[in-house]
Design a protein around this ligand. Structure first.
Ligand code: GDP
Length: 369
């Protein structure tokens, strides 16, 4: 009889029939993975080997050694987060290895948030979110690595703050760290090929060093896998549809109690009880949001997954993980966040439920906007 194989990265069941579906791994890679006792699905494998820098899981001894090196070093820590997915950008235990080193918190993907949102307010919110995780940044910066916005300001800030120190750039995968590093390389050295890949002593981890003016280095550390991200659950095709590409246009719904909004077929929001004040959804503009009655929602999902409610597509829907329900009551205006997908701002005194594929976090946080 056949034994079920599981990806150690995202927990998906390994399959080699459908390259577009969750858990796809080519036969040859399954064999190799089993031999090395390190079986990843193709997506996680690619994430790990992004840019030839191999991200590692937090339990890895090498990774702990790397963290210890940073805490022993006299360094400026540049901590890159995706402001669209702050919770998915958290590095567990970061505050422990920061030591006494100053931290510069960089919010990337600034281009995705509405223009109308005051950037100083956003910076305050980021600082507050970081504090909740024990990180007390010396400074906060907002950039768009992709659009090359404010990257020069960031470099100036780094110069001002580093004071004869090396600079370590840290972040989980998908926050855009590689895109940012590539911009920095372009602006500081002008030549891409100047990257030198070397290893952190005592580990098998690669690092990239960018020489700074005074003999110090800017060091790009391996991206860390945050397993709860949407990126680990969806197919590449589905990810293209749900990952925001442009400035998000907030969508407002005047919801009655006992109404549901489907976010394509990948997630669901139930407004159980609460005032009739309107909720605001922040998701990729092309993701179809479909409102229905809560009492009818289960049947509706069953019937329309793959057509009205997509992604996933018809072909993908059978292997798509079931949605898990997470219920919350909030006393103050808050965001219900579906990690990596977006969020819905809900009014005070509401009871709501968020549904997401198994493995994707659903949380409540202080409203960003
Ligand atoms: P890494 O894993 O942290 O190195 O992340 P990547 O640099 O590979 O970027 C992950 C994804 O985010 C890619 O699809 C990038 O195109 C996208 N991305 C990176 N920077 C930005 C940005 O400033 N704005 C937007 N909208 N997307 C970005």
């Amino acid at each position: 009889k056949e034994e079920k194989l599981i990806c150690i990265g995202c927990g998906a069941t390994i399959q080699s029939e459908d390259p577009q579906a969750i858990g796809y791994t080519p036969e040859s890679a399954i064999k190799k993975g089993l031999e090395n006792n390190e079986l990843y699905c193709q997506r996680c494998f690619r994430l790990r080997h992004y840019n030839e820098i191999a991200p590692v899981s937090l339990t890895d001894d090498d990774f702990l050694r790397l963290l210890n090196q940073i805490s022993d070093a006299k360094a400026l820590i540049v901590y890159v987060v995706d402001i669209f997915d702050f919770n998915g950008s958290v590095i567990p235990g970061l505050h422990r290895f920061v030591g006494n080193n100053p931290v510069l918190l960089v919010g990337n993907k600034e281009d995705l948030l509405p223009h109308s949102l005051r950037r100083s307010k956003l910076a305050d919110w980021m600082r507050q979110q970081a504090n909740l995780n024990g990180i007390h940044p010396d400074a906060v910066a907002l950039v768009s690595a992709k659009k090359n916005r404010q990257v020069d300001d960031l470099l100036e800030l780094i110069e001002k703050r580093r004071q004869n120190r090396d600079v370590y750039v840290v972040g989980v995968t998908n926050v855009g760290k590689s895109t940012l590093i590539n911009q920095i390389i372009k602006q500081t050295t002008g030549v891409k090929e100047l990257i030198t890949t070397s290893r952190f002593p005592g580990t098998t981890l690669d690092k990239i060093e960018i020489p700074l003016d005074d003999g110090h280095q800017l060091i790009d550390t391996p991206g860390i896998i945050h397993p709860d991200q949407m990126a680990h659950v969806l197919s590449d095709q589905a990810l293209k549809i749900v990952a925001p590409q442009k400035e998000i246009k907030p969508r407002t719904f005047q919801l009655d109690e006992q109404q549901t909004i489907f976010l394509g077929g990948v997630a669901r929001f139930d407004y159980e009880y609460g005032p009739k004040k309107g909720v605001v959804a922040y998701f990729e503009n092309n993701l179809n949001l479909h409102r229905t009655k809560l009492s009818n929602a289960d049947a509706f999902y069953e019937k329309h997954l793959g057509d009205l409610l997509t992604p996933p597509t018809m072909d993908e829907k059978d292997s798509f993980p079931a949605l898990e329900r997470h219920e919350f009551h909030v006393d103050v205006k808050s965001d219900l966040v579906i990690e990596g997908l977006g969020w819905i701002t809900i009014p005070a005194d509401a009871t709501v439920a968020g549904f997401a594929p198994k493995g994707v976090s659903v949380i409540i946080r202080r409203a960003m906007i």
